[in-house]
Ligand binder design. Structure first.
Ligand code: PLP
Length: 432
């Protein structure tokens, strides 16, 4: 088909609605034309500042020159062999690098896949294979993907699970702590112990899977003693601990893995999203003895650990070192948190600002009350920001949390410009 000369968002939206399944949601009705670092231009030539980063994928920004150069060089050599058929060094080197970065004073091994959901699926397979047990405990408000197994693990019904059951069995949900809502770590641990009494004996549980900061669930940060308590419980019952770092990983929170800040070392870590700066690759990294439980041929996939993804991820690791992006994530986290808290003092609808490193969000609640979630205002603010040239995303159990996942490579000037748009949008929406 010949490409239209003058594309408009409205015309493309009409074509999209006619041609694409409606189940694929859209946060914005904007069609991208090109992007660079933390800026995107749409098909009508409008410029936007990107505080969404393609949902946590662009810690190194859109089209980082080093990442693009690495992928182009790889494309000139070969684009696909399937690692199980003809292996390549970049896969092995990336595994070596991630094994060295992951916490834990034991030998580690890594498996590469393509999407975050696939990494979680494989972490579950590996945990079941190692322990010989079926049960998996996940958490309410957790998000682990859209495949059948990961939907079973995901702790939010609408829109993810609606109408898609039945889901795999032997998956149970415990309560994730939320101190500002009065849910303590004791409550969370008690909810797991209740599962052991009411649903599945501890000796049949293979793994507990938890996000260090719940991403889609609303940027709920694990209190400092939560993962250590999970670790104790796992050790007491021979259960493996899986940290799902698909959203928190690859430097977003100020350390390469958020679990480095947890005072508890997981047996397995899942990673994806920003790992390859916009190219699809995901990973399971973990204890070598656990990772080696499945027999040869039990793990893998046609595109798993694609050479393009490996080349991109190795370049991302270099960019992190050269541009000191872990320190930048911590600096941005402080800058964003302090700016949002200043706005929250003026707007009572901003009930809580929270986050870890540069994974920062604000939860909207009427009269600054978390018990009165205000998704309507959150949506209006995101829409008003988009009208003014800032892309943001919502998340959270009630859809009332606005999250920031801006590239860590964004300049202070761009961050300030984005924050000024947010301030103006809040004024425009006219919220108290
Ligand atoms: C914590 C977590 N796990 C798993 C996934 C699924 O990743 P993907 O969408 O790449 O399958 C996501 C995606 O948002 C996520 O945030």
């Amino acid at each position: 088909m010949q490409r239209e000369q003058h594309l408009s968002n409205a015309a493309l939206l009409a074509r999209r609605q006619a041609a694409v399944a409606r189940g694929v949601g859209h946060a914005h009705t904007i069609f991208a034309e090109r992007a660079a670092n933390a800026e995107v231009w749409d098909v009508e030539g409008r410029r936007f500042i990107d505080f969404a980063g393609g949902i946590a994928v662009l810690n190194t920004g859109h089209g980082h020159p080093k990442v693009i150069a690495a992928v182009k060089a790889q494309m000139d050599r070969f684009t696909h062999t399937c690692f199980q058929v003809l292996a390549y060094e970049s896969y092995v080197e990336l595994a070596e690098r991630l094994n060295a970065l992951a916490p834990g004073a034991w030998p580690k091994k890594t498996l590469f896949l393509t999407t975050g959901a696939e990494a979680v699926e494989n972490a579950v397979k590996i945990a079941r294979s190692y322990t010989g047990r079926p049960g998996i405990i996940a958490f309410g408000g957790g998000y682990h993907g859209r495949t059948n197994m990961t939907l079973a693990l995901t702790g939010k019904v609408a829109p993810y699970k609606l109408g898609f059951g039945p889901f795999p069995s032997d998956v149970f949900h415990a309560t994730y702590p939320a101190p500002s809502r009065g849910i303590t770590v004791d409550d969370a641990i008690a909810s797991i112990e209740a599962l052991f009494r009411n649903d599945i004996e501890a000796s049949r549980v293979a793994a507990i899977i938890a996000e260090p900061v719940q991403g889609e669930g609303g940027f709920n940060v694990a209190p400092p003693d939560f993962f250590p308590r999970l670790r104790q419980l796992c050790d007491a019952h021979g259960i493996l601990l899986i940290a799902d770092e698909v959203q928190t990983g690859a430097g977003r929170t100020g350390t390469w893995f958020a679990c480095e800040q947890l005072d508890a070392t997981p047996d397995l870590i899942t990673s994806a999203k920003s790992l390859a700066g916009g190219f699809p690759i995901s990973a399971v990294i973990g204890r070598a003895d656990v990772m080696d439980a499945p027999a040869p041929g039990g793990l893998g996939g046609t595109y798993a650990g694609s050479p393009l993804g490996c080349a991109a991820a190795l370049a991302v690791l270099e960019v992190f070192e050269e541009e000191n992006l872990l320190a930048r994530a911590r600096h941005l986290g402080e800058k964003l948190t302090s700016a949002l808290r200043t706005l929250a003092r003026r707007h009572r609808c901003m009930a809580e600002v929270r986050g870890l490193g540069a994974m920062v969000a604000v939860e909207f609640g009427r009269n600054a009350d978390l018990a009165q979630p205000d998704a309507e205002t959150a949506k209006k603010v995101v829409a008003a920001c988009a009208e003014r040239g800032l892309i943001l995303l919502t998340c959270g159990t009630w859809g009332n949390v606005v999250r920031i996942l801006v590239p860590l490579t964004a300049s202070d000037a761009i961050i300030d410009e984005g924050l000024a748009i947010l301030a103006s949008a809040l004024g425009h929406v006219g919220v108290a």
